[in-house]
Design a protein around this ligand. Structure first.
Ligand SMILES: Nc1ncnc2c1ncn2[C@@H]1O[C@H](COP(=O)(O)OP(=O)(O)OP(=O)(O)O)[C@@H](O)[C@H]1O
Ligand SMILES: [Mg+2]
Length: 306
């Protein structure tokens, strides 16, 4: 069991509304309305907890609507390293119709003040060294600059803690300057941040990013470690929802790496955990037997680096 902190700087409250068919401009009646605490780091935390790790969650949380997060933190026994900020955590509304169409309406989050940003840095200075790894995942909230974000990752690195980064765009570009221990972009995010040149991976390795885990949806995952390049193809599964697939993959990779598992099994299980996420509306390890079946359906093969 490892001690892992996940940071979500811009968490969201996911509101999923189910209805037969959306009639814009009309009064619609929903079948169900589900609210849950979300955000990439919060998702990673839940999968890590399912895998038996001692997990804390942190970042910035709006103080006006903390209930769903407080309930999750209490029920999962997470350590709480969130800095409360004035205003509401943003809500992301998903309108799911019977035919499978999903309409997303995403709100902006609260503006995070310099004072709150300093409070998070101070908190991390004290607690980060007590963790085996810190996961930093998701987008930047309003008020937080890419430069500040780079400084946060550099601080964590200077404190001697392994940093796993999953973000995109400007935040990914800024974060990479701090050379985190592990990154998990998808193919588009990596190309968008660094371009398509063939030596992107070796440049990352040279600058000190040890593990580059590139996900590619149903086509699987390529893991460029310092020693080898491995590719995993997931088994064919029926997709219920891809929410949390990338977060599940990241949690699975951390699990294997921090448990000292073999690279082959680390990637195999992480790929199975991600495949399991897509078979569910939510994500997480609900059924150990199903996970074992999925694991045996993953094909892992070595690739020779170009
Ligand atoms: N249809 C699928 N069938 C099986 N496995 C899948 C499927 N889609 C995704 N996965 C698994 O989940 C992993 C992560 O998916 P993806 O590359 O889409 O991540 P992502 O773009 O970061 O997603 P997100 O951040 O939205 O969760 C993939 O590498 C793969 O192992
Ligand atoms: Mg992702």
């Amino acid at each position: 069991m490892a001690r892992i902190l996940t940071l979500t700087l811009n968490p969201a409250l996911d509101l999923t509304v189910r209805l037969a068919r959306l009639e814009p401009g009309e009064v619609n009646r929903s079948e169900t309305l589900l609210t849950h605490a979300a955000g990439k780091g919060v998702n990673v935390a839940q999968v890590l907890a399912d895998l038996g790790h001692d997990v804390s969650v942190g970042g910035f949380l709006g103080e006006a609507n903390p209930e769903a997060f407080d309930a999750l933190i209490a029920s999962r026994g997470f350590g709480d390293a969130f800095i409360r900020v004035p205003g509401e955590t943003r809500s992301n509304i998903k309108i799911a119709e019977q035919d499978g169409r999903v309409t997303d309406i995403n709100a902006p989050g609260p503006l995070v003040s310099e004072q709150a940003q300093a409070a998070l840095r101070d908190r991390l200075e004290m607690i980060a060294p007590t963790f085996d790894a810190v996961v930093v995942a998701g987008s930047l909230p309003r008020g937080v600059s890419p430069e500040w974000f780079q400084g946060l990752l550099e601080q964590l690195k200077d404190l001697g803690v392994r940093v796993a980064l999953d973000t995109s765009g400007e935040a990914l570009r800024a974060g990479l300057k701090a050379s985190p221990w592990l990154i998990k972009p998808n193919t588009e995010e990596l190309a968008e941040a660094l371009g398509h040149s063939t030596d992107v991976i070796s440049q990352l390795h040279q600058q000190g990013v040890e593990h580059v885990v590139v996900s590619d949806g149903a086509a699987g995952v390529t893991w460029y470690s310092p020693d080898a390049v491995l590719h995993a193809t997931p088994p064919k599964v029926t997709v219920a929802s891809t929410v949390g697939a990338g977060d599940s993959l990241l949690a699975g990779m951390l699990h294997g790496l921090l448990s000292g598992d073999t690279p082959e099994h680390t990637l195999r299980r992480a790929t199975a955990i991600a495949a399991m996420a897509v078979t569910q509306i939510g994500f997480g390890i609900s059924d150990a037997a199903q996970l074992a079946r999925l694991e045996s359906g993953v094909a892992v093969r070595p690739l020779t680096e170009q």
